[in-house]
Structures are given as C-alpha cells and as structure tokens.
Design a protein around this ligand. Sequence first.
Ligand SMILES: [Zn+2]
Ligand SMILES: [Zn+2]
Length: 154
Amino acid sequence: MKLFSCECCNQPLFFENTRCESCDHAVGYLHEVTDLTALEPGMQEGTWLPLEHGYEHSPHRYCANHSYNACNWLLGPEESAGGTLCFACQFNRTIPDLQNTRNLERWRKIETAKHRLFHALIRFGLPLVSRQKDPENGLAFDFLEDAPDGSALS
Ligand SMILES: [Zn+2]
Ligand SMILES: [Zn+2]
C-alpha cells in the first residue's frame, strides 16, 4: 500500500488514521485523489478544510460512520448535500446491530478491509456502481451477524 504523509509535518500516516500523531492535525481520506489529507477546522460546525493542494477552500465533512470509528473518509460539499455517508459507505446495504459491542468491533475490522479494497479499486480506475444507483447490477454489501446455529441474522 502507498505510504501517506501529513501535509503539515511530513509524519507518515496510516490509511485508517484520523489524527496525525506528530502535529495533532485531524486527518481524513479524499477519494477523488485517493490520498489522506491533514485538515483544519472549517468555518461551519462539523466542516473541515483539507490541506491537500486544490482542496484548501472546499469545506468537507467526515462520513457519518466516522462517529463509530469505522471510517475516516470525507465528503465534499456536493456529496454532503446529497447524504451523510462517504463514497465507500454508500455501498453498505446491511450492517449489524451496533448496540452489540462485539458486532461493532467486528464491523470496524470489515470496514477497514472494505475501505482498503475501495482504495485499490478506485486507483485501478474500475467502475464502481452502487446498488442504489443500479438496482439490478450494482454492488451492495450485507454485513450480517452469525446466529448461534451458523445461519445469518440480518
Ligand atoms: Zn502532522
Ligand atoms: Zn464512510
């Protein structure tokens, strides 16, 4: 995997980081450029201005799944007008009951793998169409909980 670094202090960053451990800037992922960016707080509550070149004046928001520590991807102004989930999380059709802390932990692990997959697919330039946009052939994820007998609970 490509190594990321903080625009502010050059500290290497991991794909899942939400903060730079060296300069404490908030960090998020911009899927348009498949890169992590350090963030400055924006004018409006909940908005952030990326330090990524060309994005400095574009207020971004974290994906709603950021509040579960399950996603560090950002939504641009147009995307946040249309919803609260990032490009990768919009493909989730079913997620487990997150009141159950065991589910939450396991879901976070799956989300990490899913986000890495999306990072790779976007970089390969592969078309990604969600089930929402194409009900017949679009991609959707159902993250199901195992029932005690091994069948899937939704
Ligand atoms: Zn830094
Ligand atoms: Zn997300």
